[in-house]
Ligand binder design. Structure first.
Ligand code: MN
Ligand code: MN
Length: 498
């Protein structure tokens, strides 16, 4: 019997919409989980995914990807790479696995929402593959760090982070619960498939695998490439949905959805990608600064993509460009200073040579962030290590849950933006974070930041040790210390001696 080519049966096979007889369509696809925008089902039936795959092809390709990633890992598992790589790269891995492994599993549930409640049959079909993708990513990223746990308990955060109230985890959870876990299928696909996966992650993975190969971590480079190839496929779920919304008079809503998600993901992205690129990766192995990476891979492409589908770049674009040059530098200072609260060992990475590189890539770095590190460097040179540890908690943004900060030194731009709602005062780091709150206060108003929890008495005992234990430090693993054991100050000592 002759087999049909895929294109001869594909459209018919995936057209699984029917007219329900026993229940109403509203019951089968409740708007709050499916499409709250009231777009007719015939419109959703025009959804045409650009990338087509059959189940047979999918399984064959995924099997090959898995065997390639796992066999590279097995082949290199006896190599001395991790003995020699240094704590900067280890920090990249610990931060990555802790923030990503179980987020992939959440992404699996997000794809499952489209599988069940997507109003378009082709969306349900593609999301089924997306769900299997995300399950594979979760498995890979739990398995790969597992062999590193015996070397360093901090790698256990791959598995444990999502079960803790670590401040960085609370920030990630707030954002992903917002855009990925608690949205209907359509809003979710705009937020995750488009703003996050198309706009940021797909490109991040290309950059990250290049960095990994430069550093010599071929196991990790292969893992990331394997995952990225799936992301590039299922991220395409977003564009057809936006086109259908724009065509059906929902352009304004689509624009707002993307602007919320892009900002929320950006705030996390600049920490999880910006800090590693400009600080944790050893100077000789950095291939692009984070800013160069953003301009080359994200900014132009994101603007082009939103314009192609009839939307505009986010209203806060100027503030976003400013944030590219600022946010991760502030947070490198903050995370390093509060290093006992994180599950990796962040290197200060501000030796004379590194500061020169930072000044070249970010003119004005020394006059601003440099002044923060000057004080720390002086204290370390004088043997006053204890003075490099702050004794209070920073003010946290009630949207992104990240410490509020802005340029120190000459520019001195640190400000808290406030907003009163139903008698409670909320603090925000930036206008976009405040704006997101005002788009839907009921959604956000009851959340307590980690600092709110300290003052409300939820964290007991309200001491430094109590706060650390609440964050999982000393429970899952020890917290962080300087990843280079302060060796980056030696260049300054030599300069002073001259
Ligand atoms: Mn994934
Ligand atoms: Mn994905």
């Amino acid at each position: 019997m002759a087999l049909l080519d895929r294109h001869e049966w594909y459209d018919i096979a995936r057209d699984t919409n029917w007219t329900p007889g026993y229940v109403s369509r509203e019951e089968l696809f409740p708007p709050e989980l499916s499409d709250p925008y009231g777009i007719p089902v015939e419109e959703w039936e025009t959804f045409d995914e650009p990338y087509k795959v059959s189940y047979r092809e999918y399984v064959k390709i995924q099997r090959e990807k898995d065997s390639s990633a796992y066999s590279v890992k097995a082949a290199l598992s006896r190599s001395k790479f991790h003995d020699e790589a240094g704590e900067g790269w280890a920090s990249v891995l610990k931060l990555h696995y802790g923030s990503v492994a179980l987020t992939e599993y959440q992404a699996c549930q997000f794809q499952a929402r489209m599988v069940r409640f997507g109003p378009s049959p082709s969306m349900r079909n593609m999301a089924t593959f997306g769900m299997l993708d995300e399950l594979r990513h979760a498995q890979l990223q739990l398995f790969f760090p597992h062999e590193l746990v015996h070397r360093d308990r901090q790698y256990d955060w791959a598995h444990e982070a999502a079960h803790t109230n670590n401040w960085a985890v609370v920030g990630g959870r707030h954002a992903f619960d917002d855009i990925m876990m608690c949205r209907d299928a359509i809003t979710g696909t705009l937020m995750v498939s488009f703003a996050f996966e198309t706009g940021l992650t797909n490109l991040q993975m290309i950059g990250l695998s290049t960095d990994a190969a430069n550093v010599g971590d071929f196991t990790f480079a292969n893992l990331i490439t394997s995952i990225q190839s799936d992301e590039a496929r299922h991220a395409q779920l977003g564009t057809p949905s936006i086109e259908i919304m724009v065509r059906n008079g929902r352009k304004k809503e689509a624009q707002q959805i993307l602007d919320i998600a892009f900002w929320r993901m950006w705030r996390l992205f600049s920490i999880t990608v910006g800090i590693p690129m400009d600080y944790y990766i050893p100077l000789e192995q950095r291939h692009l600064s984070f800013k160069e990476f953003m301009y080359e891979w994200v900014n132009r492409q994101y603007v082009r993509q939103v314009e192609d589908i009839g939307l505009e770049r986010p209203w806060y674009w100027d503030e976003f460009l400013d944030d590219i040059e600022n946010h991760h530098h502030c947070q490198q200072g903050g995370i390093w200073s509060w290093r006992p609260t994180v599950w990796w060992n962040p290197p200060g990475a501000v030796s004379p040579e590194e500061r020169q590189w930072l000044e070249e890539k970010y003119p004005g770095w020394n006059a601003s962030y440099g002044t923060y590190w000057d004080v720390i460097t002086d204290n370390l040179l004088a043997g006053r290590e204890e003075k490099t540890h702050p004794e209070c908690l920073p003010i946290i943004c009630n949207m992104c849950q990240i410490p509020i900060s802005n340029r120190p030194g000459e520019p001195w731009k640190a400000r808290v933006l406030q907003h009163e709602h139903e008698g409670r005062r909320y603090n925000f780091c930036t206008e976009p974070c405040r704006w997101i709150f005002t788009t839907d206060p009921d959604r956000y108003k009851d959340h307590e930041s980690i600092v709110d929890r300290l003052y409300s008495g939820e964290i007991q005992p309200p001491t430094l040790d109590g706060v650390l234990a609440y964050m999982g430090i000393g429970v899952v693993s020890e917290g962080g210390h300087d990843g280079a054991d302060y060796s980056w100050i030696e260049g300054f000592r030599a300069q002073a001696a001259e």
